[in-house]
Design a binder for this molecule. Structure first.
Ligand SMILES: Cc1cc2nc3c(=O)[nH]c(=O)nc-3n(C[C@H](O)[C@H](O)[C@H](O)COP(=O)(O)OP(=O)(O)OC[C@H]3O[C@@H](n4cnc5c(N)ncnc54)[C@H](O)[C@@H]3O)c2cc1C
Ligand code: FES
Length: 254
């Protein structure tokens, strides 16, 4: 991992309180892969803030971060502009093991769990199905980006103002029952991940989940991001920041 001073190349406000930035960081890009994250030094806060790598442009040496304002750190980050420098540490975590990208894969994202799956869906092209859930139409993000990569996209909203009315789990079950699927990748609220894991397990479909826990050090030194996992017949605590954030869903003790 590297600490790099990175210039913000572009910035867009893509939904209420949600920002989409590209930053130049050639050293991080050289090592980065889908599903990993970076830790942002925000203002004078001692603890860095973890943000997933949404997309990687190897040619330009840039990564894309899509984040929502949740507190003081992300609020500070959202106030940064094109040309400003931010201090990033990364890439961190294990990332997704994509396997064979010529096989059909389903990507299930919920809310701010949608950005971390975008880079992983890219190499699957038209073999990717994205099922993306949001609170309402005004919170929908990245639909066109998934489509641009070749994925067929189903949007679900809690209030029915865009796409299908209801949870992502309904179209997921329909998709898995209708057509072959080699693997499911999921990122979003824990209850959604738990439901996705159960649906996949019932059908014998491989499933990887990207877990989100509150983090402090971000590098495996403090235990604040502990997650209970079945390992060699025993239940153990693993670090989401170091051993994850991506886990085989079968191993998580929900
Ligand atoms: C692996 C990983 C990837 C993430 N990717 C994204 C992303 O792509 N886009 C996005 O919008 N958000 C993402 N998050 C959530 C993001 O890290 C938090 O929203 C952010 O840290 C909140 O910081 P704050 O200062 O604004 O809020 P505060 O609540 O003021 O933060 C206080 C402290 O709690 C920690 N913290 C608070 N919420 C979280 C959280 N959900 N996860 C981890 N630490 C937290 C902060 O890092 C900080 O140390 C990710 C979290 C993890 C663990
Ligand atoms: S955040 Fe410190 S061990 Fe993971």
């Amino acid at each position: 991992m590297t600490v790099e001073d990175c210039v913000i190349i572009s910035k867009k406000n893509i939904a209420k309180g949600v920002f989409d930035i590209w930053v130049k960081c050639p050293q991080i890009v050289a090592e980065a892969k889908a599903g990993q994250f970076i830790d942002v030094k925000c203002d004078n806060f001692t603890l860095r803030r973890p943000i997933s790598i949404c997309d990687i442009d190897n040619k330009k040496g840039q990564i894309r971060l899509v984040f929502e304002i949740r507190g003081e750190g992300t609020d500070w980050l959202a106030a940064k502009n094109v040309g400003d420098c931010i201090d990033l540490l990364g890439p961190l975590g294990n990332g997704f093991f994509l396997g064979k990208t010529d096989k059909p894969a389903v990507f299930v994202g919920g809310g701010i769990g949608v950005p971390p799956l975008l880079a992983a869906s890219k190499p699957f092209g038209a073999n990717a199905t994205a099922i993306l859930g949001f609170r309402s139409a005004c919170a929908v993000i990245l639909k066109e980006d998934y489509e641009h990569n070749g994925a067929s996209v189903t949007i679900c909203t809690d209030d029915g103002t865009a796409g299908r009315h209801g949870l992502v789990t309904v179209p997921l079950e329909e998709r898995l029952d209708a057509q072959e699927c080699a693997v499911v990748f999921a990122c979003g609220p824990k209850q959604m991940l738990k439901a996705v894991a159960r649906i996949c397990d019932k059908r014998g479909v491989m499933c990887f989940v990207s877990m989100e826990e509150r983090m402090a050090c971000g590098v495996g030194a403090c235990l604040s991001c502990a997650c209970k996992v079945k390992y060699e017949g025993e239940e153990k605590y693993f670090h989401v920041c170091k051993n994850g954030p991506v886990f085989n869903a079968k191993t998580i003790v929900w």
